[in-house]
Design a protein around this ligand. Structure first.
Ligand code: FAD
Length: 398
């Protein structure tokens, strides 16, 4: 809804979303589908930050079972199933292989139990099937070139892959087709609350987006969420403390493996993926605390070497020619546990009246998170008549 008010040109919206990553576009889509007027602000470009730097997996997160994150795994598995149906061109099931060697720290039976639990949490749906492949000298390995020495067995199961940037752009297009307005590039520089309404000031935006009013703000600025909260005036805000954790990937010019190989890094036993990616091989990720400007995160030489070593160890016959690298940072709310076992689910935090901040989360569960955000609007916004007879549970993405 556009209104011309006396003190200059101002636009009024029910909801303003700050950040055009997967979480932001997901909220914009759900809010527009629920019939709200929605503006979304992105400072650089849709999916320009973390949402194009992920491992590009739409997955339940098998390894989260080890840290007891059953709810997140169940939610993610159900979302995976849904996204395969809603976005078949963007989210594709792929075989995963877990090779188990004499030196692997997790025993075959442990992986088997984990995969069975994965199947239960995924409600025994189609892509929860798994099997143990018998390895003998006479049989070819499921992955060409995989290290054969001391290999005991291989488990095969399913998860899915996507192009995170394209997925985020597709959700943005869907939100726009439902009526959401995108301001990009538009960096939110100030949020003033007065009479229960927020006025948003931006830079780099089109002149008509100079000052925009919104009744409800959803702060989904990824690694910048607390920076956005620091721009609020007229009310006290409370923020959560978090760590930024850098994750790097390398792309090498080696033939794409037949599926995703889920290996244990020989250096430190961390779980690392060797994945097919645009006819090449993608390897990642690393995990280290990052304290710089999130916009300037880059792969370090140490990380590149670490990932190259893993690949050379498991694919000893392949040459390692790194043709690309990328790095992103994830937001992990502070806790006294190791980075590995920190909860990976999104934290929805009320920072001030009608100002909701999202910390962390998964690409996979963006749609389910957006559904939760709709519930937080509660009585702050009047119930709207949905503009579509569908909810985001049924809206297809192209
Ligand atoms: C290395 C790595 C691998 C991962 N792999 C997976 C995976 O395989 N599967 C999975 O499900 N999840 C994965 N994740 C998690 C997932 O990628 C993230 O949870 C998700 O991308 C975060 O999205 P977001 O929208 O919260 O943040 P971002 O994508 O970072 O978006 C935030 C946006 O806000 C904008 N912004 C910031 N400040 C302002 C401002 N003042 N005004 C306007 N705009 C602003 C930024 O420009 C940015 O575009 C991974 C994460 C990392 C780091």
């Amino acid at each position: 809804m556009v209104e011309d008010l006396n003190d200059g040109k101002r636009l009024d919206y029910d909801v303003a979303v700050i950040g055009g990553g997967i979480q932001g576009v997901g909220v914009a889509q759900a809010a527009a589908a629920a019939g709200y007027s929605v503006a979304i602000f992105e400072q650089t470009g849709i999916a320009s930050a973390t949402s194009s730097k992920s491992s590009k997996l739409i997955h339940g997160g098998l390894r989260y079972l080890e840290s007891g994150q059953f709810r997140l795994v169940r939610k993610s598995l159900l979302e995976r199933e849904r996204l395969i149906k809603l976005a078949p061109g963007l989210v594709k099931p792929v075989s995963f292989y877990i090779p188990i060697y004499i030196s692997t720290s997790r025993q075959a039976w442990q992986i088997g139990v984990g995969l069975f639990l994965y199947r239960i949490l995924g409600s025994f749906k189609k892509y929860t099937r798994f099997k143990r492949i018998n390895i003998s000298k006479n049989r070819t390995l499921p992955i060409k070139g995989l290290l054969n020495k001391n290999l005991k067995t291989v488990y095969q199961y399913y998860d899915a892959q996507t192009d995170d940037r394209l997925l985020t752009q597709a959700v943005m297009h869907s939100a726009q087709s439902l009526g959401a307005t995108l301001y990009c590039p538009a960096k939110v520089t100030q949020l003033d609350i007065k009479d229960g309404c927020y006025t948003i000031q931006t830079e780099n935006a089109q002149p008509e987006a100079d000052r925009i009013n919104a009744k409800f703000i959803v702060n989904v600025a990824g690694p910048w969420v607390n920076e956005v909260l620091a721009k609020v005036t007229g009310t006290a805000v409370n923020m959560l403390e978090y760590d930024l954790v850098q994750g790097t990937h390398i792309v090498i010019d080696a033939p794409a493996p037949e599926g995703v190989v889920y290996v244990e890094a020989p250096q430190d036993k961390r779980a690392v993926f060797i994945m097919p990616w645009k006819n090449k091989t993608l390897i990642g990720t690393t995990e280290k605390i990052y304290s710089g400007d999130p916009a300037k995160v880059v792969a370090t030489e140490t990380e590149i070497e670490y990932l190259k070593e893993i690949y050379t160890y498991y694919m000893p016959q392949q040459k390692v020619n790194v043709v690309d690298t990328f790095a992103g940072v994830r937001v992990l709310p502070k806790q006294a546990t190791s980075l590995f076992s920190r909860p990976r689910d999104t934290v929805l935090h009320c920072s001030a009246k009608n100002l909701l901040t999202l910390y962390g989360g998964k690409l996979t569960s963006y749609r389910a998170t957006a559904e939760l955000v709709m519930k937080k609007f509660g009585s702050s916004l009047p119930a709207k008549k949905v503009v579509t007879d569908k909810s985001t549970r049924n809206i297809h993405l192209v």
